[in-house]
Design a protein around this ligand. Structure first.
Ligand code: NAD
Length: 362
């Protein structure tokens, strides 16, 4: 028998390192499903997190991604003031070729077996249709279409939160939250990016847009009178704000010295390749970073509303808190001379500590 103990230890070590509660590996040869569900923390409520389908090169890469993303969900829910914990799921495979109803329903059964400890939603590589398939097997799924009782597409709420986060940062840097005349580069004009461009153009901002999908780039640029720029020009442009709305880790060892912006505020999850290192470098360079998990929480709030039965009005009210929450993070960062991401983490962690206390008191 081969000795797998070091591999097992290394997975458990990874869980311990970031404080994860549980990881479930899902394997269904009949449908080709290979997935990992990570539950980071459930102090505040059941763990919620999207299901991402991605063609990871290795299982180790998939595990690393799901652990990182599930931890962010804990912080996002905590700082937003909602009663949910953090989780995430990844399905390993090509979402354009490898998906089927049977696979999604099989995945739904794995979620069902967690008895409500994990609730999922749409993410990169999955659609509302996939959520409908999961719903056929379990009620522990949100972001299903409005036609079957869900809250529908969360991206307008995500964009609204990012817009409010930008406003809070502009207030700090320029002394007023008027956006007119300020310049912004929006990287990635998909579901969230397009809504954001609309909100920013409505305020007469000078908006540069970039997307690897050339047709979409030209279409969105023309629709909102934004300026299209190629992906490799992003860091050459000097603008007031950089709004990463594509994939994560765009602030890394290679890009950090090229950043010519006063503010970074966008929807992409995990924008800092190394949270501690790059958060500190931005702080030292006097670039104001709006913590991604805070300002992109509108989508999570929409899912929470779906679970609790709130309507769109209440969802928007909760999303509007993102402005004040961002201001609080900036205030703490200044007072304690710490990076904004560290300030946000402390506020989120404090809420979890406080709620843990009241849970043990009765
Ligand atoms: N949809 C939501 O409500 C929501 C909520 C929170 C966080 N987010 C995060 O925000 C980001 C955008 O989400 P979305 O739903 O708009 O995704 P999406 O898939 O609809 O859009 C992403 C866009 O980015 C483009 N893109 C990819 N790589 C690029 C690159 N290198 N340069 C420029 N463009 C690139 C894609 O072509 C696409 O148009 C993701 O990181 C997502 O995890 C989304």
């Amino acid at each position: 028998m081969s000795d797998n103990s070091s591999a097992v230890n290394s997975v458990l070590d990874q869980l311990s390192a970031q404080g994860h509660k549980k990881v479930v590996f899902c394997n269904d040869p009949d449908t080709g499903l290979k997935a990992i569900i990570a539950i980071h923390d459930t102090t505040l409520g059941p763990a919620i997190g999207g299901t991402r389908m991605w063609n990871y090169d290795t299982e180790a890469e998939a595990l690393e991604d799901v652990l990182r993303l599930s931890r962010s969900m804990t912080y996002k829910a905590a700082i937003t003031g909602i009663n949910l914990g953090g989780g995430k799921a990844v399905i390993i495979g090509d979402s354009r070729k490898g998906k089927s109803e049977a696979m999604m329903r099989s995945f739904g059964r794995f979620i069902k077996n967690l008895n409500g400890e994990f609730i999922t939603a749409e993410d990169v590589g999955t659609t509302t249709r996939d959520m409908e398939y999961i719903r056929m097997e379990t009620s522990h799924v949100t972001g299903v279409p409005e036609s079957i009782g869900g809250a529908g597409d969360p991206s307008p709420f995500s964009a609204k939160g990012v817009y409010l986060g930008i406003k809070a940062c502009v207030k700090e840097v320029f002394g007023t939250d008027m956006l007119a005349g300020k310049s912004v580069v929006v990287q990635g004009i998909g579901s969230v990016g397009e809504h954001l461009v609309e909100l920013l153009r409505n305020e007469n901002m000078q908006v540069y847009v970039s997307d690897i999908n050339e047709d979409r780039l030209q279409q969105v640029a023309a629709k909102y009178k934004a300026k299209p720029i190629s992906a490799d020009k992003i860091f050459g442009i000097g603008a007031d704000i950089y709004a990463p709305c594509a994939l994560g880790a765009t602030i890394n060892d290679y890009t950090i010295d090229k950043l010519n912006f006063a503010i970074i505020a966008g929807s992409a999850n995990n924008q800092l390749a190394d949270e501690a290192k790059h958060g500190k470098m931005l702080h030292d360079k006097n670039i104001l970073f709006a913590p991604d998990y805070l300002i992109n929480a509108g989508g999570l709030i929409s899912c929470y509303s779906e679970l609790t039965g709130f309507g769109k009005k209440r969802t928007m009210q909760l999303t509007e808190h993102i402005y004040d929450a961002t201001r609080s993070v900036i205030k703490m960062s200044k007072q304690e001379n710490i990076p904004t991401i560290i300030a946000a983490n402390r506020i989120a962690e404090q809420r979890i500590i406080d709620i843990k206390k009241i849970k043990s008191s009765f």
